[in-house]
Design a protein around this ligand. Sequence first.
Ligand SMILES: *[C@@H]1O[C@H](CO)[C@@H](O)[C@H](O)[C@H]1NC(C)=O
Ligand SMILES: *[C@@H]1O[C@H](CO)[C@@H](O)[C@H](O)[C@H]1NC(C)=O
Length: 537
Amino acid sequence: MISLLVLLATTLAAAPASMPGVHGHITSYVRNSPAEFKTSPRRTAAKVESDEDSDCCSICFEAWTNSGNHRLASLKCGHLFGQSCIEKWLKGQGGKCPQCNAKAKKGDIRVIFAKTVKMVDTTDRDRAVRELEREKQLRRKVELEAAQTRLQYELALQECNMIRTQLDRERQRKAQALTSVSGPSPSQPSCSQASSSQQARLYKFDSSIPLKGESRLLGYDAQHGTLVVSQASPNQLFPGFGVKKISAMDLRSMQYVSVHSKAIRDICFSGRVDGLMLTASIDKTLKITSLMSNTVVQTYHTPFPVWACCWNQEDNNYVYAGLQNGSVLVFDQRDTTKHVEELSPPRTRCPIVAISYVPRDPSSSLRCGGLLLGTLRGGCFWEKTSTEYRPHPLPMEGSCTSLKFEHTTRHCLASFRPDKNHNSTRHLLCELESRLVGEDGRNQCSCHVMHTFYGGSTQKLLTRSALFTSPGDPGQILVCAGDEASTSAQLWSASTAAWLQKIPTDGPVLDVCPFSINSKHQLSVLTDKLLRIYSWT
Ligand SMILES: *[C@@H]1O[C@H](CO)[C@@H](O)[C@H](O)[C@H]1NC(C)=O
Ligand SMILES: *[C@@H]1O[C@H](CO)[C@@H](O)[C@H](O)[C@H]1NC(C)=O
């Protein structure tokens, strides 16, 4: 409802101004003209008040004029009256505005000069616009929720189907076992086995799995006990790159899942039950693949090849892509069109070889959370505050080939190639730390080296190292890293800095990945054509 009041008083000056009731040529194009509102008692009080405001003097209920003694006048509070009426009122009624009771005195009266006063009542329209905005927001929220729910439903359905097939397989197996004649009783653990487990606790070779196609990286989906190996498509007809799934339970080879058109540079799992795999590729995409349906569920395009990726472990809606030109793009799974944020380091354009998400932990030496980056020219920590990301260069020099973050100790392991200042490969175990500087509560983040483990004199490949809790003693941390010079993987205790074991391989180690399933602790070591599995004894 828009009520309109027009006071046309152009010729009013000619009218006998001393008569309070004279309208002259005042014309009201109003739905709620004074006569109408007086005769409609159903109106609300507030409405009547506002109409009175705009129509006429609320003391005498006559229209005000633009000259003479009943001319338009206001008080400090903004309420309007005929000048003679309000002067009389203030004399008699103890100095208060008749409309709002605000204190007022004669000196507050202001004559208002207006030939034409035209007012559009927009209160209703404004309220409607506000309500529309609110509704729009609610709608956007609901649409978002619906999209997420659909995704969750799809994933749940896939999981259900997978469990169903597994159940069928188990049933068949059980039926076969029952029909077969009872064989020799399962062997008891012998004394010799028991005594050998008392000896030095190290990894022992278990089995090897030959791989077709060039392999590069390992990943482990703990939720489903699936090991994945990135490799070129084994099928000449369908070139491309993807992952080979291997069941960690029985080391059975499963499907090859095609994902990217060019080589994969990084693999991460969300750690959640949905089994979603994030992959970075030099084909300038970041993809999310469901390993339950073996299909790509989301693709993000980037302006440069993606070298590294990770999930935001506190809010799985966000994923990070580390680019070849040194920038990090932040993507929101609910918005596939474009990245939501871009972190560009000052000065450097160095490729990002590794990226790890660090959750907040106010009780540790690095209180804040953020992103830990390893680049071909060192390391960097992007602190995540509630509003922004702030870069803190880390005091590590050299060409970083691998960087891992261990969540229980919040330490990191950064591996560096030999360079003109260092004649061997170095693996630095670092403690991350932050301290408050300045009054505005800013953090300064840094790290210090606790131990340095030295490898051989060559390191051409971007081999990935591992930092993980010891299967035998959760209080102890182990470091495992490939060594090109001696074609082996080396194992150290990070807690005591002691060298533990050399694991010989058939070629340069590309990646190592520890995993545990059914309280069996294993280590997988990948070379170009072979995946070797070792068991903790
Ligand atoms: C990397 O590329 C993006 C996109 O072209 C650009 O916005 C960003 O500034 C670049 N980063 C660096 C460190 O130059
Ligand atoms: C590396 O340099 C150190 C001295 O800085 C030397 O003692 C060591 O023998 C060198 N190692 C190799 C493999 O050249």
